[in-house]
Ligand binder design. Structure first.
Ligand SMILES: [Zn+2]
Ligand SMILES: [Zn+2]
Length: 137
């Protein structure tokens, strides 16, 4: 702990962090509780029902992936079990990835339907064509 000299009150900092954590937790608890009130305790994706202790496995997903967007009518929420929630985010990431670039699209596979065609041009000494192409003085 060599940085303590710059921060005269590490206790207060810890308190602040604890407060911040509690705040986030409370907010999270807030919309989760609200979502659980609005929607049946069923995973929207796989349809499994959750109750009692297992209710912890049911999480609130934000449809637009914006955790700060919490309309009171719950239109941005979706109850998903932890597994489906994970899957949903994976899907979102994949979509994002594929949307930016499509690998293999600009890559043309060489045709191997007629292997003798290539052999024919190799046997003929018509490669001198490239000379006129690069006909710079
Ligand atoms: Zn599920
Ligand atoms: Zn989510």
């Amino acid at each position: 702990m060599s940085m303590t000299s710059e921060r005269p009150d590490p206790k207060r900092q810890a308190q602040l962090i604890a407060e911040l954590r509690r705040d986030v937790k409370q907010r999270e608890k807030g919309y989760r509780a609200r979502a659980l009130k609005i929607y049946p305790h069923i995973c929207t994706s796989c349809g499994r029902e959750f109750s009692g202790k297992r209710l912890r496995e049911l999480t609130v997903h934000h449809k637009d992936h914006d955790h700060d967007n919490n309309p009171s009518d719950g239109s941005n929420w979706e109850l998903l079990c932890v597994y489906c929630h994970d899957h949903e985010h994976e899907k979102f990431r994949m979509k994002d990835h594929l949307g930016r670039s499509s690998p293999g699209d600009d890559e043309e596979l060489p045709s191997i339907s007629n292997p003798f065609e290539g052999l024919d041009t190799l046997l003929k000494p018509s490669r001198s064509e490239s000379k006129s192409e690069k006909g710079k003085p």
